[in-house]
Design a protein around this ligand. Sequence first.
Ligand SMILES: [Zn+2]
Length: 157
Amino acid sequence: MAEIESFTLDHTAVLAPYVRQIGVEHGPGGGTITNFDVRLVQPNVQEIPTGGLHTLEHMLAGLLRDRIDGVIDISPFGCRTGFHLLMWGEPEIADVVAALAGSLSFIAEEAAESDIPGVSALECGNYRDHSLHSAREWAAVVLDRGISLDAFERVGV
Ligand SMILES: [Zn+2]
């Protein structure tokens, strides 16, 4: 099988929350895409419940795009400790962290049910599995700990 960078990461050595650049891909027809590891909670110590993670996913899809250009996709890890973030170009980690922190601040401090996009059977594959309460709590936990610019050392927090 192909070697996957994420599986070579020592998940016991990282210090979440952090944003880490996983890799930069150059397309055969041009264009550059950067893949980020957006780790919100400590691997194998905590995990975000599915309802809260699902609501964070829906909200970050819009809130991040409002705060930084070039977002292609942000999708939760199956382990529920964070998200993959795909972006056009090679954005600075500090800019990603700033956009993420701003988005999480909105969720933790201001968000109402009406701010969650796409929560109907028409728009979502499991629309009953959302929790704004959980999303707000976990967003506050992440902000309280601070989002590091480095996965292995607490930088910028
Ligand atoms: Zn959904």
